[in-house]
Ligand binder design. Structure first.
Ligand SMILES: Cc1ncc(COP(=O)(O)O)c(C=O)c1O
Length: 396
């Protein structure tokens, strides 16, 4: 597995310029890359309405960029609603996807103007009795995916054979269920779980629509679209990944509105971490480099999201020696990479982490009260400065 790239000192210049301007640690959010990801996924899933899963990267510049592209939004908390409100996103293009909500969560979302909610059990369904004239629900169905690094059907979703009971109960309570949803697991290795879930949900919807006076009109195929964390330039061919999904969707009735909730695929490639070596030490056979960002900060996804981010350092020397790259906190778990062969680095040198937009800053902590990385958004509109454009030319 290729995790580390060494580039020449000359290639560090655009990053050094950013650090000179903003300090470090930084997370550089490239809105052009976010735009490209959105366009690629939209063309790989024609006719599917994309609701960006805000949780993966809840940053105003990301919301603004996607809003301008016409994206819809998947919200799960009142905090995420506030972010959308600030960015003037349209409530009718939102869905509330958290299967477990407090009454005040429901009221906050309704006050905002979101009227589509997800439930996966009877207690959650009953919470909507008082709001039944204002909402339409999606029932989340569980399709376990132990092959994906993050199996999102363990904690949420009813079994396929429980859906009918929930639909009957909803009918009895006068609550409108307008469709089904699932999450195939995050960072899916292939589309087989999506396909299995689409086929199973298609059958449930078909059976229900034949028997009932009401009909389900929405299928939400969730997230799970993967990115490449191995190597420094490889990219997932999203068109090829989605081909079996397109084929499965083509078998569904035409009237069905298909939506998706992508997070990682849109946000991950859009952000790079820029950290500086703040100290070094020789311990046994290895050199330890201590960065000003680590597992309690932007690299938190190594713990919570099981991701290992590709790294770049800069050097003009050929010699390499065994090294450890660690974060700044006092905890010994705070190690980004071990047993890597590195050229000799100096205090102040830069280390770049790639594919760091999804589930990184979102789960960073304040442990030790080390300051979190500053997020710098570049290429926000057409007048982007040349240094920031160079940044991605240097990496790609
Ligand atoms: C309900 C829901 N929708 C969408 C997503 C986004 O998934 P992904 O980042 O795999 O696209 C998640 C991730 O946790 C989720 O829980």
């Amino acid at each position: 597995m290729k995790r580390l790239t060494v580039k020449t000192i000359r290639e560090a210049a655009p990053y050094q310029q950013l650090v000179a301007e903003h300090g470090s640690p930084l997370l550089v959010l490239d809105c052009d890359l976010l735009t490209q990801q959105y366009k690629k996924l939209s063309s790989a899933l024609p006719g599917v309405e994309l609701f960006y899963a805000i949780k993966s990267l809840p940053h105003p510049a990301a919301i603004d960029t996607l809003h301008q592209l016409g994206a819809s939004f998947d919200i799960a908390t009142s905090g995420e609603i506030e972010l959308l409100r600030e960015q003037r996103a349209e409530p009718r293009h939102t869905i509330h996807t958290h299967p477990i909500k407090r009454d005040r969560d429901i009221r906050d979302a309704l006050r905002f103007g979101c009227t589509t909610f997800v439930i996966d059990n009877i207690y959650e369904l009953e919470k909507f009795v008082d709001y039944r004239h204002r909402v339409g629900l999606l029932v989340r169905v569980s399709f376990p995916n132990p092959d994906s690094p993050v199996d999102l059907s363990r904690k949420f979703g009813c079994r396929p054979d429980e859906v009918e009971m929930l639909l009957q109960k909803a009918n009895a309570l006068g609550i409108h269920v307008k469709g089904l949803s699932f999450h195939a697991g995050s960072q899916c290795p292939d589309a087989s779980n999506h396909v299995r879930a689409i086929e199973a949900c298609g059958e449930i919807i078909h059976r229900y629509n034949e028997q009932s006076s009401r009909s389900m009109a929405i299928l939400d195929i969730g997230g799970g679209f993967p990115v490449e964390y191995v190597g420094d330039t490889a990219e997932v061919d999203i068109d090829r990944f989605c081909a079996p999904i397109r084929a499965a969707l083509a078998t569904l009735p035409e009237h069905l509105h298909i939506i998706a909730e992508p997070g990682r695929y849109l946000s991950a490639p859009s952000m790079e971490a820029v950290s500086r070596v703040m100290g070094k030490a020789r311990r046994g056979e290895q050199v330890w480099y201590y960065l000003d960002d680590g597992l309690y900060g932007s690299y938190s996804g190594q713990l919570f999201d099981h991701a290992l981010y590709p790294l770049t350092v800069f050097s003009d020397h050929d010699e390499r020696e065994a090294a450890v790259i660690a974060g700044p906190t006092c905890d010994s778990i705070d190690v980004i990479a071990e047993d890597v062969e590195l050229p000799s680095l100096n205090i102040g040198d830069l280390v770049i982490g790639h594919q760091m937009g999804a589930y990184t800053s979102a789960s960073a902590t304040d442990f030790n009260l080390f300051e979190r990385a500053t997020i710098v958004a570049i290429n926000r509109d057409t007048e982007s400065d040349s240094a920031t454009n160079l940044l991605h030319l240097a990496y790609r």
